[in-house]
Design a binder for this molecule. Structure first.
Ligand code: UD1
Length: 345
């Protein structure tokens, strides 16, 4: 029988790509999402790609009773992947309580409900933001690098949630957890049926870049060229979203089918640092489309450079990022073109 997985936040960017990979791997998926930052048509995209429409429940996971009812109505869920969270760094500085309430209440509700429904494992979406700006000797960053004080309430919720999971597991919770620390997920499914669809003006680099390339935005602002990096712009580790999604399937298989540790942490990145300017030029070469851009001042709170040492995920999970940056950027562009064809500006 197909194993059933709850994907909390499954209509979002990473959640939708992970739902596709779970279904391709033979899992049955139940999505709970309140659609606060995603859209119901994502389910059509998932169905077009996989031939299967996941079960969908529109619900705010802060509503514990509602969540309990939803789980009771869908018995037999063995594992949960928690994506559902607010994730805009800037907004979190302005509205910290929204972030603490959304991101922390949701996790606590799920952890409390897991034993009631005999769920065996939770994969948690964490972020490289927990490392802050790693000291030079810690680059590329391994999972052992020190956790630095968070620079935003968003980042703090990731740290706090990791601690909540640790404490709960150490208190002999009857389930396991795998914490995945993502670097910078980008790109879209190669079918262009699903991708990233931010509300309003994008805050992240790739959606802003593709919207500029297609003419929705006048120019891309490059936040700083006076950093201590080869070309002066910030360096990140950009990881293809489908590669990232596949790591979740492996993590879930591992928790449900092996005798792994009760809690494990993995960095998910390519291991390659890429600057903002390099990324723009790679996009232009890969797509043949020009990106008007201008260097502006630094963005407050930005980290100068961070990229992953993914050796632990490579070795223990048997997972390696496969897609090239050029192909990943092309997929982001194809998705942007598809959005325009669909009349979404
Ligand atoms: C941030 C968070 C990360 C979070 C992610 C998702 C930190 C340190 N990182 O990543 O944890 O998961 O957002 O929201 O809090 N840039 C420009 N012009 C733009 C936009 C971005 O030059 O218009 C540059 C930024 O300066 C940065 C790079 O592009 O160097 C990537 O920025 P972005 O996509 O916003 O991601 P992060 O800030 O790395």
């Amino acid at each position: 029988m197909k194993k059933k997985i709850l994907v909390a936040g499954g209509t979002g960017y990473i959640g939708s790509h992970t739902t596709v990979e779970l279904q391709n791997a033979g899992y049955e998926v139940v999505i709970i999402d309140d659609l606060s930052n995603s859209n119901i048509e994502v389910l059509d995209g998932i169905e077009k790609i996989t031939g299967v429409r996941p079960i969908f429940i529109q619900l705010d996971l802060k509503d514990k009773e509602g969540t309990r009812k939803a789980l009771a109505a869908n018995p037999g869920i063995e594992g949960v992947i928690l994506f559902a969270a607010s994730k805009a760094v800037g907004e979190s500085v302005k509205q910290p309580l929204k972030y603490y309430r959304n991101n922390i209440t949701t996790l606590i509700n799920i952890l409390e409900l897991m034993p009631e429904f005999n769920m065996k494992g939770i994969v948690f979406s964490s972020s490289c933001t927990v490392y802050g700006q790693p000291d030079p000797q810690n680059l590329p960053v391994t999972e052992e690098a020190p956790i630095k004080p968070a620079l935003s309430p968003y980042g703090n919720t990731k740290q706090i949630n990791e601690e909540i999971i640790h404490d709960t597991i150490h208190a002999n919770a009857p389930f396991k957890s795998i914490i995945l620390r993502y670097f910078n997920p980008i790109g879209a499914h190669p079918s262009a049926e699903i991708g990233e669809l931010p509300n309003g003006v994008p805050q992240n680099l790739i959606p802003y870049l593709t919207q500029t390339a297609i003419g929705i935005r006048k120019e891309l602002s490059v936040f700083g060229d006076d950093y201590n990096t080869p070309d002066g712009s910030c360096i990140r580790d950009y990881i293809n979203v489908v590669d990232l999604a596949k790591a979740h399937v492996i993590a879930m298989d591992r928790m449900l089918n092996t005798n792994n540790e009760k809690i494990e942490i993995f960095n998910l990145g390519t291991g390659k640092g890429v600057s903002v300017l390099e990324l723009i030029h790679t996009f232009e070469e890969a797509t043949g489309v020009k990106v008007p851009y201008r260097i502006v001042g630094r963005r407050e709170g930005d980290i100068e450079k961070v990229w992953a040492n993914p050796a632990k995920a490579n070795k223990v999970l048997g997972w390696t990022a496969q897609e090239s940056l050029a192909d990943t950027l092309k997929s982001a562009w194809n998705w942007q073109v598809k959005l325009r064809e669909g009349g979404i500006q």
